[in-house]
Design a protein around this ligand. Structure first.
Ligand SMILES: [Mn+2]
Length: 394
């Protein structure tokens, strides 16, 4: 037996905030959630898999775009032509799904809002039970795993679940405990909801496939799907990257020179040397030890001129694009751990808003000078200064 586990396609993600990008590149980025899923379908057909599992969040928003719906139906139709069944459930992003209902081809099995089990028989007479449910509301706080049946007589039993472990996310996304899943005696758990691909348990495999395409800088690194194959009485997962573009952060020391052109050339070369060749990389570039640079160069870095030059000079390199440039003074402390960094980035998104800054500076109304200074700060600068402060106290 051989199947594909994917989830969180988030078709037609808007990719906001990349406005200065050349048109062709922007189109490539904007269509990347489509391209990545098309590749998953290509591989399903080429590898002649027995079935495809999609564990929720097929669409990005409650109101699915026409483009996303038409595309998804078309891809399911391709799998139908290849006689490959699809098992899918809807998650917290697409629980209101109505538009594709009734228009999906016959090979697609959609799980309803209560846990159900469906069985199929493979050409070698192996039987496969698949259990799962779709969200009917944005949040599901109640444990759903207890509603999943134990494994019975089928050769294989697979659980599909869109949710998060109980410790995280305030129990709003079908909270579960890993032990609870293991206790069902299934052969594989195909999870969705967390976008970073990861193996929660080896025996049996309990796996987040992650999304096939990262949608912003907090979804950096490789993205793809899991190809799962039977070996004896075990199911063996293998991660397969398919993302069209990858988000990445890079820190470099700028050449201490007064010649702007020379420094920019060296920056481009350094970036080129440090990055993978494929897929296309969207880079957040940090320049370290900026004190070593002349005040003029520092100024050009801070006011965005250098970023603009880097973007213009590398508009067609076909390999990478710098979408943001940050400056790191010499005295900054070692970076946070990956996990802390992730939580910090999540929290920072909510904290550093113009509304929050205005609210905070209200009480400083008497000190008009300071208030004016604070409100005139760029949010990015404010975030950077706070990050450094946080790291100092770490
Ligand atoms: Mn999702």
């Amino acid at each position: 037996m051989r199947f594909i586990h994917t989830a969180d396609l988030h078709l037609d993600s808007p990719f906001l905030g990349l406005t200065s990008m050349p048109k062709l590149l922007w189109e490539r980025v904007h269509s990347s959630t489509f391209t990545a899923f098309r590749k998953v379908v290509d591989e399903a057909i080429n590898l002649k898999v027995d079935f495809v599992l999609i564990s929720g969040d097929i669409y990005d928003r409650d109101q699915q775009s026409i483009a996303a719906i038409e595309f998804f139906i078309k891809q399911c139709e391709r799998l139908n032509q290849a006689h490959i069944p699809v098992y899918l459930l809807y998650g917290n992003h697409d629980y209101q799904i109505v538009q594709d209902t009734g228009r999906l081809p016959m090979n697609v099995h959609v799980f309803g809002n209560r846990v159900m089990t469906t069985t199929l028989t493979l050409s070698n007479h192996d039987t496969v039970a698949i259990s799962g449910f779709s969200y009917d509301q944005r949040w599901i706080k109640e444990d759903q795993v207890k509603k999943y049946p134990l494994k019975r007589n089928e050769t294989w039993h697979i659980g599909m679940l869109h949710g998060a472990t109980r410790q995280s996310q305030g129990n709003r996304y079908a909270p579960f405990a890993i032990d609870e899943l293991i206790a069902k005696n299934y052969d594989y758990w195909a999870l969705g909801h967390i976008h970073k691909h990861q193996i929660l348990n080896e025996k049996p495999p309990i796996i987040y496939s992650g999304n096939p395409q990262g949608r912003h800088k907090n979804e950096a690194g490789q993205h793809g799907y899991y190809l799962v194959e039977s070996q004896g009485n075990k199911l063996v997962p293998q991660f397969k990257p398919v993302a069209e573009i990858e988000w990445t952060s890079l820190t470099v020391n700028a050449l201490p020179t007064n010649d702007l052109a020379e420094m920019e050339r060296s920056l481009s070369q350094t970036i080129d040397g440090k990055l993978k060749k494929a897929p296309f990389q969207l880079v957040e570039l940090t320049i370290a030890n900026i004190e070593q640079l002349s005040p003029t160069i520092q100024h050009l870095l801070a006011n965005g001129d250098v970023l603009e030059h880097l973007q213009d000079q590398n508009a067609d390199n076909g390999k990478w694009w710098v979408y943001d440039l940050l400056l790191q003074p010499q005295d900054s402390l070692p970076s946070m751990t990956d996990l802390d960094e992730q939580y910090w980035q999540q929290a920072a998104k909510e904290v550093f808003t113009l509304a929050n800054v205005a609210e905070l500076t209200k009480s400083l109304a008497k000190d008009t000078d300071l208030a004016a200074k604070l409100t005139s700060l760029d949010l990015q600068q404010l975030k950077q200064a706070t990050t450094q402060l946080l790291r100092r106290e770490d």
